[in-house]
Design a protein around this ligand. Structure first.
Ligand code: PLP
Length: 396
């Protein structure tokens, strides 16, 4: 890899692993169940365009993004399969929605009005454009969507606008199913009752969908007409309990090379604030990574309950006493090495005492939250270990 990558750190993305994961998910679905591949958030950090191309080639039925802007970027790069925008759009985004043929989520009445106005103001000599709509139902996530009681009227309003095509109806689960399958089942039930209301009003043939990755694994009865998955495509599972339920491959590797080695005597403080003290003679390696790259940047979330709060506290304490259970580590060919001292902006120290093959230039695998990795870190795209392309951020 050294010859083709002048960088001391990079992300490898193995596209064949994404293909493999796609087929694994497909295998779990009924033949007629459609699959929507979620490529929001730059495909969870894997590269929205590159992943969209792979999924398009594999025959995915639809792509999912959060914003109109994300959808536009795919269209501007010749992605032509249907794209569903999950989040509510703004009135000034409707023109783009039409010209880029994006499928939109309608979650409130004013959105129907905006679409209607845009369709009316379009000059009649343009082949009257259609806008495909999926209605969103709020079943317990508390985010976006019509309440079940409002859905029939919303559907009728969409159907009343020439040029609006009511294509689908969907909802989203709020809980990781392994913890609270009961709540997910309640949401599913509420969604199914909502669908019945639509049927009773004579509104049929909609694409109905509610399943995300966790539901694909835990609630096969929720597959309906389509499932939406991101997590599984990227080789991850929604929770540790799901480990091994599918044979997934990890497409993602963050690597950095050791740029410096030094020996420190026992009792020597390491890093800013000297938060770590060597307990014996220690071989320290320096890696050219830090929080600027997204390393050790975890979102701070409110604990979901007292138990989680307690666990967090215990973890912090163990971290404080440098307990190996919680000290983050990186992987060298000769074994795992623990981080010592505070992670800096661009430099991190690891303890490589006794690890074979820890030399200047050695490639080290770094565990890092994918969506946090800076775009300044080059992405290397590989297919069956062959380099297909490199993406670098334009301003580096
Ligand atoms: C992100 C997202 C998904 C995919 O969730 P995974 O758990 O990654 O499969 C599905 N639907 C919606 C609306 C989403 O925002």
């Amino acid at each position: 890899m050294q010859q083709i990558c002048p960088s001391t750190k990079w992300v490898e993305i193995h596209l064949d692993a994404i293909e493999h994961n796609y087929l694994q998910v497909r295998q779990r679905l009924d033949d007629k169940t459609r699959l929507l591949g979620v490529v929001k958030a730059d495909a969870y950090g894997h590269g929205a365009l590159e992943v969209a191309r792979v999924l398009e080639k594999m025959g995915v039925d639809m792509l999912g993004v959060t914003t109109v802007e994300e959808g536009c970027q795919l269209r501007e790069n010749q992605i032509s399969i249907p794209i569903l925008v999950f989040a509510p759009f703004l009135p000034d985004e409707v023109e783009k929605i039409i010209s880029y043929d994006l499928t939109v989520t309608v979650a409130a009445k004013e959105q129907i009005e905006w679409l209607k106005q845009a369709l009316l103001s379009n000059s009649p000599d343009i082949n009257s454009p259609d806008i495909k709509v999926h209605l969103k139902v709020e079943t317990g996530m508390g985010r976006t969507g019509f309440m079940p009681a409002e859905i029939t009227e919303a559907a009728r309003e969409v159907l009343a606008v020439p040029g609006l095509i009511l294509e689908g109806v969907y909802s989203h689960f709020a809980t990781a199913m392994w913890k609270n399958k009961r709540y997910a089942k309640l949401q599913l039930k509420l969604f199914q009752e909502t669908l019945q209301k639509l049927e009773q009003a004579g509104i049929n043939e909609l694409v109905k969908h509610i399943s995300n990755s966790a539901a694909i694994l835990d609630l096969p009865e929720a597959q309906l007409d389509m499932v939406r998955t991101g997590t599984l495509l990227y080789g991850q599972v929604p929770s540790p309990r799901h480990e091994g339920m599918l044979e997934l491959m990890d497409p993602w590797l963050f690597k950095a090379r050791i740029i410096h080695l030094r020996e420190l005597p026992a009792g020597y403080g390491v890093g800013y604030g000297r938060t770590y003290k060597t307990t014996r003679k220690t071989m320290v390696a320096i890696l050219p990574i830090g929080f600027m790259d997204g390393f050790q940047m975890e979102p701070v979330l409110k604990p979901a309950g007292f138990w989680e709060l307690l666990k967090g506290g215990i973890k912090q304490f163990l971290y404080y006493i440098n307990h190996p259970l919680v000290t983050p580590s990186v992987l060298l060919p000769g074994g795992g090495a623990r981080i010592i001292g505070k992670v800096g902006m661009q430099l991190t120290m690891i303890n490589v005492t006794g690890i074979k093959g820890a030399e200047i230039g050695t490639e080290v695998r770094i565990p890092v939250r994918r969506t946090a990795v800076s775009l300044a870190v080059p992405r290397l795209y590989l297919q069956d270990s062959k380099l297909m392309g490199i993406r670098r951020s334009e301003n580096t």
